[in-house]
Design a protein around this ligand. Structure first.
Ligand SMILES: [Zn+2]
Length: 141
Protein backbone atom coordinates (compact mmCIF):
# COMPACT_ATOMS: atom_id res chain seq x y z
CA UNK A 1 0.00 0.00 0.00
CA UNK A 2 2.78 2.45 0.90
CA UNK A 3 4.71 1.43 -2.23
CA UNK A 4 1.64 2.08 -4.35
CA UNK A 5 1.23 5.46 -2.68
CA UNK A 6 4.91 6.34 -3.23
CA UNK A 7 4.65 5.45 -6.92
CA UNK A 8 1.50 7.52 -7.20
CA UNK A 9 3.22 10.56 -5.64
CA UNK A 10 6.31 9.99 -7.79
CA UNK A 11 4.18 9.82 -10.94
CA UNK A 12 2.16 12.88 -10.00
CA UNK A 13 5.24 15.02 -9.33
CA UNK A 14 6.93 13.72 -12.48
CA UNK A 15 3.82 14.37 -14.55
CA UNK A 16 3.57 17.88 -13.12
CA UNK A 17 7.20 18.72 -13.99
CA UNK A 18 6.90 17.09 -17.43
CA UNK A 19 3.58 18.89 -17.99
CA UNK A 20 5.11 22.29 -17.16
CA UNK A 21 8.01 21.68 -19.54
CA UNK A 22 5.59 20.33 -22.17
CA UNK A 23 3.98 23.77 -22.20
CA UNK A 24 7.46 25.12 -23.06
CA UNK A 25 7.54 22.73 -26.03
CA UNK A 26 9.72 20.03 -24.41
CA UNK A 27 8.58 16.47 -25.10
CA UNK A 28 6.67 14.92 -22.22
CA UNK A 29 7.98 11.36 -21.79
CA UNK A 30 11.77 11.95 -21.47
CA UNK A 31 11.23 14.63 -18.82
CA UNK A 32 8.71 12.42 -17.05
CA UNK A 33 11.21 9.52 -16.98
CA UNK A 34 14.13 11.67 -15.91
CA UNK A 35 12.29 13.35 -13.06
CA UNK A 36 10.99 9.94 -11.96
CA UNK A 37 14.56 8.60 -11.73
CA UNK A 38 15.89 11.82 -10.19
CA UNK A 39 13.30 11.63 -7.42
CA UNK A 40 14.22 8.05 -6.61
CA UNK A 41 17.91 9.01 -6.47
CA UNK A 42 17.26 11.99 -4.21
CA UNK A 43 15.05 9.84 -1.98
CA UNK A 44 17.79 7.21 -1.71
CA UNK A 45 20.42 9.80 -0.86
CA UNK A 46 18.17 11.27 1.79
CA UNK A 47 17.49 7.84 3.26
CA UNK A 48 21.19 6.95 3.31
CA UNK A 49 21.98 10.20 5.03
CA UNK A 50 19.24 9.52 7.59
CA UNK A 51 20.44 5.98 8.40
CA UNK A 52 24.03 7.20 8.64
CA UNK A 53 23.00 9.89 11.09
CA UNK A 54 21.03 7.34 13.14
CA UNK A 55 24.06 5.02 13.18
CA UNK A 56 26.36 7.80 14.37
CA UNK A 57 23.89 8.73 17.11
CA UNK A 58 23.60 5.10 18.16
CA UNK A 59 27.39 4.80 18.36
CA UNK A 60 27.58 7.92 20.51
CA UNK A 61 25.02 6.47 22.91
CA UNK A 62 26.92 3.16 23.01
CA UNK A 63 30.16 5.00 23.81
CA UNK A 64 28.48 6.91 26.61
CA UNK A 65 27.15 3.66 28.05
CA UNK A 66 30.57 2.01 27.88
CA UNK A 67 32.04 5.02 29.69
CA UNK A 68 29.40 4.72 32.42
CA UNK A 69 30.18 0.99 32.62
CA UNK A 70 33.85 1.55 33.31
CA UNK A 71 32.91 4.03 36.02
CA UNK A 72 30.56 1.62 37.78
CA UNK A 73 31.88 -1.79 36.88
CA UNK A 74 33.83 -4.44 38.72
CA UNK A 75 36.16 -7.09 37.42
CA UNK A 76 34.42 -10.21 38.71
CA UNK A 77 35.85 -13.71 38.72
CA UNK A 78 33.45 -16.58 38.11
CA UNK A 79 33.11 -18.52 41.39
CA UNK A 80 32.95 -21.84 39.54
CA UNK A 81 36.36 -23.44 40.13
CA UNK A 82 36.43 -25.03 36.69
CA UNK A 83 35.79 -21.68 35.04
CA UNK A 84 37.29 -18.74 36.98
CA UNK A 85 36.52 -16.49 34.04
CA UNK A 86 37.17 -12.79 34.69
CA UNK A 87 34.76 -10.25 33.23
CA UNK A 88 33.84 -6.58 33.76
CA UNK A 89 30.34 -6.45 35.26
CA UNK A 90 28.23 -3.28 35.51
CA UNK A 91 27.38 -2.60 39.14
CA UNK A 92 24.45 -0.70 40.60
CA UNK A 93 25.14 -0.12 44.25
CA UNK A 94 21.56 0.05 45.51
CA UNK A 95 20.37 -3.03 43.65
CA UNK A 96 21.07 -6.73 43.69
CA UNK A 97 23.67 -7.39 41.05
CA UNK A 98 23.63 -10.57 39.00
CA UNK A 99 25.23 -11.49 35.73
CA UNK A 100 25.62 -14.48 33.49
CA UNK A 101 29.15 -15.81 33.13
CA UNK A 102 29.98 -15.54 29.40
CA UNK A 103 32.20 -18.61 29.69
CA UNK A 104 30.14 -21.20 31.59
CA UNK A 105 26.70 -19.53 31.30
CA UNK A 106 25.98 -19.79 35.03
CA UNK A 107 24.06 -17.06 36.85
CA UNK A 108 26.27 -15.29 39.34
CA UNK A 109 25.38 -12.96 42.18
CA UNK A 110 27.74 -10.14 43.10
CA UNK A 111 27.87 -9.10 46.75
CA UNK A 112 29.48 -5.77 47.44
CA UNK A 113 30.98 -5.14 50.80
CA UNK A 114 33.04 -2.43 52.34
CA UNK A 115 35.64 -2.86 55.04
CA UNK A 116 37.25 -0.02 56.85
CA UNK A 117 40.79 0.30 58.12
CA UNK A 118 42.63 3.15 59.75
CA UNK A 119 44.69 4.84 57.06
CA UNK A 120 47.80 4.15 59.09
CA UNK A 121 47.13 0.38 59.37
CA UNK A 122 49.17 -1.55 56.79
CA UNK A 123 47.04 -4.09 54.92
CA UNK A 124 49.23 -6.87 53.64
CA UNK A 125 47.08 -9.77 52.52
CA UNK A 126 43.59 -9.85 50.95
CA UNK A 127 41.50 -7.70 53.30
CA UNK A 128 38.38 -9.68 52.35
CA UNK A 129 39.93 -13.07 53.09
CA UNK A 130 37.68 -13.83 56.03
CA UNK A 131 34.87 -11.49 55.04
CA UNK A 132 31.31 -12.73 54.75
CA UNK A 133 29.75 -10.50 52.13
CA UNK A 134 26.22 -11.71 52.92
CA UNK A 135 26.40 -10.63 56.54
CA UNK A 136 28.86 -7.79 55.99
CA UNK A 137 31.30 -8.93 58.65
CA UNK A 138 34.19 -11.33 59.14
CA UNK A 139 33.51 -15.03 59.66
CA UNK A 140 34.00 -16.12 63.25
CA UNK A 141 36.92 -18.51 63.25
ZN1 LIG B 1 32.02 -19.15 34.64
Amino acid sequence: MTIFKSILILSTVSAFIAGCLFLLNVSFLPVFGLSFIAQILIWNLFNNWKTQRAEIEFELIQNERIKEFSKQGLNCICPDENCNHKVLVPIVLNEENTYKCPECNKSIKVYIGAKTFLATTPVEEDPFKNFNFVEGKDYDN
